[in-house]
Design a protein around this ligand. Structure first.
Ligand code: CMP
Length: 139
């Protein structure tokens, strides 16, 4: 609780389908402040490192291939209870199960191409932010 930071990624499908503007509008409209932003394209190995916790999952290969398939937009967001609130706004991992009006319900096309990532807890948020940004880059 309190003022928190979280890492969000607009995944390759979101960038490809030009949903970046709509998604950022939704984030800003829900009291998230942008503290850092960059567009990058991950190498396969960088995607594997980011998703290392999922290494044993059967979707790991597909996931890391997809996450390195095109540019992504990476943002640090700040807000009250930002980690849980972002996850609520994103909706369920599987867009078919995502609540109406959530980002995944609106823009995602499959459980893999689910348009947005959000850190799942305070420790993860810290690790994920520092994976992409130096302290100087987070304003
Ligand atoms: P995310 O929760 O951000 O991080 C893990 C990602 O793996 C998830 O989003 C999906 O993009 C992807 N993924 C692909 N298949 C599955 C699956 N069966 N279950 C969960 N995540 C999956």
């Amino acid at each position: 609780m309190g003022l928190e930071r979280t890492l969000t990624i607009i995944k390759p499908d979101g960038v490809e389908q030009q949903n970046v503007g709509d998604i950022i509008k939704k984030l800003e409209g829900n009291q998230f402040r942008i503290k850092a932003v960059k567009m990058v394209r991950l190498m396969r190995q960088q995607a594997e490192k980011f998703y290392a916790v999922h290494r044993e999952r059967d979707f790991f290969n597909d996931l890391t291939r997809y996450m390195s398939s095109g540019p992504i937009l990476v943002l640090v967001l700040e807000g009250e209870n930002a980690i849980d609130r972002l996850r609520d706004l994103m909706g369920a991992t599987d867009p078919r199960k995502a609540a109406k009006g959530t980002i995944r319900q609106l823009y995602a096309t499959s459980i893999e191409k689910n348009v947005i990532h959000g850190s799942d807890g305070p420790a993860t948020a810290k690790t994920e932010i520092s994976y992409f940004f130096s302290a100087l880059e987070v304003l």
